[in-house]
Design a protein around this ligand. Structure first.
Ligand SMILES: *Cc1c(COP(=O)(O)O)cnc(C)c1O
Length: 225
């Protein structure tokens, strides 16, 4: 099936209140255009280089229809370039990185930048993300609520790679619990509405466990080569 057909199919299957991010790493500009023509309104990129490719080359008629999310780890030396091209960052995992971003946002946009806190939900050594403890999340969230150029909107996680969807379920449940606790804090300058979790192999389970946003690559674009 074509990208266009895959996207149409997927958007029909997924509940209307769940947003779909097309995870576009390694995909061509033409594949990205096709996904937008089929109804995708959120694109995610892992690397600043690929954000730039889209930011520079996607025609305004397409670009204006989408929100472009940074969904990969952001290195401090690439913050300027990321801010130049993206509309939201899902991978905030420390107060110090958030602080650096906060100081630069106004050079690129006039409204606060929507951000999510990335959680290393299985506490894996090799993964980025904040520790999976409510104390840690509250500490970061409180700091973010003081940063006037950022607006905290929720949480994001990747989850362990080598797990089946069912094995991921307990981690998704834990994320949902953190998300609900974050909401009840009622922190100023936040709008807690996004729980970003689930990918091609796990999005069904993630949605059952409360994801409001899923990030899909393979099921939309085919296998990465
Ligand atoms: C690649 C990627 C996805 C999508 O992965 P698929 O398994 O191809 O659906 C989602 N989120 C992030 C952060 C990714 O890097």
């Amino acid at each position: 099936m074509s990208v266009y057909e895959n996207v149409r199919h997927l958007l029909q299957e997924i509940p209307e209140n769940v947003q779909v991010i097309a995870a576009a790493k390694t995909r061509s500009l033409d594949e990205v255009r096709q996904s937008i023509e089929a109804g995708i309104r959120h694109i995610g990129e892992n690397y600043v280089q690929e954000l730039e490719l889209i930011g520079k080359n996607l025609e305004p008629a397409y670009r204006s229809q989408i929100t472009l999310h940074m969904i990969g780890h952001l290195q401090s030396n690439k913050i300027n370039k990321a801010l130049q091209y993206c509309d939201a960052i899902q991978t905030i995992d420390s107060i110090s990185t958030a602080d650096k971003i906060n100081q630069k946002v106004q050079n690129f946009r006039s409204s606060p930048l929507p951000v999510l806190i990335e959680i290393n939900i299985a506490n894996e050594e090799a993964k980025n993300g904040a520790n999976p403890s409510i104390q840690e999340i509250v500490t970061i969230a409180e700091a973010l609520s003081q940063m006037e150029n950022l607006r905290l909107e929720g949480l994001m996680t990747l989850g362990p790679w080598d797990h089946t969807a069912e094995e991921l379920r307990p981690y998704f449940k834990k994320m949902k619990s953190f998300f609900e606790q974050l909401k009840t804090l009622n922190l100023p300058n936040t709008k807690i509405q996004t729980l970003s979790m689930g990918m091609s192999d796990s999005y069904h389970v993630a949605i059952e466990e409360g994801a409001s946003m899923v990030r899909l690559g393979t099921v939309l674009f085919g296998k990465r080569t």
